[in-house]
Design a protein around this ligand. Structure first.
Ligand code: GLA
Length: 407
């Protein structure tokens, strides 16, 4: 899309190709004195098309990978230390040990590297060895596009490769989730690491978050995906996210089901009539039950390339997230309305990710992308007067090894 500015909501200098990312990762490794990487690994960020706040309710989600990723250039060490250089943090260097806790003065990004190394070390006792890592990424950070899952999986693949460990993608995704839950302190669900690990170019991934079974849903080149950043900072996100999870767990207990995935609108209605379910919990559960049903239908609609149905489901999802789950904000609602009006009936828009700001996602015929982007650029301003950041995406490859500098 020639009409868009280079990269309005990521770092101004973010490189836009995987080859460039590999070059920067190799350069970061060079900073550590290693001139020849032994290998490269990459993992993409994600955007969720449908199925919000369903993953931790054992439900269904329909995300796709981004064509933006975190690249790691790696080289083995003979000891159990990790020396890591992050290109995107001004070539900041952290020295970590597989034998020791995270140093208190370690930079924030190093917590993820240490967390992933720790869970891998527990997973395969005695197998992991030290490594030098150069890391470079272009997934916008802090925008709800899973830059943290991309970092965890890219590093996870690098450490596994350095130790010649063969770990299947679902197992690696579970390890990344554990790293974030237990060592970073965020109770996020399985969606982000699983789609980064198992997603594929030109596809969305329909995931059953209970069984972790997943299937690829084709996204033809005729389908355009546009992400728009509301420029609203997601300040409440951690406390409100945990609060929503607690509410869902409470509602499931009252309804007598293992998770809201097992509840129905009928059982919800009955519990409400009998005064057994507090109105707030009932609204939260209503969203989750409806969203699971919508996500199943959305995957089938995408299979047929039926953007009209997908659009209706996306609109219904946004309405429920705003009115029942209450995780949208007024600026996001305006942004979504603007996108929806510009798209018309052949597609849809909604908030995406945990909520309280962050990004909206829109799906439409690719021929509408420029017009929709232009409408958002002209019509949207954040509460601080900022225009939306615009990012058209094509699903990129799932996490794994990367052929190297020549690729
Ligand atoms: C965040 C979490 C995900 C998921 C979404 C909401 O992105 O990391 O696991 O719960 O919120 O759908």
């Amino acid at each position: 899309m020639t009409s868009l500015p280079a990269d309005p909501f990521a770092r101004a200098d973010a490189p836009d190709s995987m080859a460039e990312l590999a070059r920067r990762a190799a350069q970061a490794l060079h900073t550590l004195g290693v001139t020849e990487p032994e290998g490269f690994t990459q993992a993409p960020g994600r955007v969720n098309l449908l199925g919000e706040h369903t993953d931790y309710n054992d439900g269904f989600v329909l995300p796709c990978t981004l064509d933006r990723a975190t690249m790691t250039a790696w080289a083995r060490r003979g000891d159990r230390r990790l020396r890591v250089c992050a290109a995107d943090a001004d070539n900041d260097v952290a020295v970590l040990s597989l034998e020791a806790a995270l140093p208190p003065d370690a930079p924030a990004w190093a917590r993820y590297v240490h967390a992933m190394a720790t869970v891998l070390d527990h997973h395969a006792p005695g197998r992991l060895q030290g490594a030098d890592l150069g890391i470079a990424g272009n997934v916008p950070a802090g925008a709800g596009l899973s830059s943290s899952a991309a970092l965890l999986l890219s590093v996870g693949h690098a450490l596994a490769a350095a130790a010649a460990l063969d770990i299947d993608p679902v197992a690696l995704a579970l390890l990344a989730q554990r790293a974030e839950n237990e060592h970073v302190g965020c109770r996020c669900g399985i969606m982000d690491p699983l789609v980064s690990a198992c997603g594929a170019g030109a596809h969305a991934l329909f995931i059953d978050c209970r069984t972790l079974q997943h299937r690829r849903v084709p996204l033809s080149p005729d389908i355009g995906i546009l992400i728009a950043h509301s420029r609203v900072r997601r300040e409440l996100k951690d406390s409100a996210y945990n609060d929503r999870r607690d509410a869902c767990e409470q509602a499931a207990r009252v309804l007598g089901v293992p998770a809201l995935r097992d509840a129905t609108l009928e059982s919800l209605e009955a519990a409400r009539r009998q005064g057994r379910l507090d109105p707030v919990l009932a609204r939260r559960a209503h969203h989750v039950i409806g969203e699971n049903a919508r996500t199943i239908v959305a995957a089938q609609a995408l299979d047929r390339g039926d953007l009209r149905t997908l659009g209706q489901l996306m609109r219904a999802s946004h309405d429920a997230l705003r009115d029942h789950f209450e995780v949208s904000v007024p600026a996001m609602d305006r942004l979504v309305e603007l996108m929806q009006a510009a798209i018309g009936e052949e597609g849809g828009a909604r908030m995406t990710g945990g909520g309280f700001g962050g990004c909206a996602v829109a799906v439409m015929p690719v021929s509408r992308l420029d017009a929709v982007a232009a409408a958002v650029a002209a019509g949207y301003r954040s509460p601080d007067g900022l225009p939306a950041g615009l990012l058209p995406v094509r699903p990129g490859p799932g996490a794994g090894t990367w052929p190297g500098l020549a690729a």
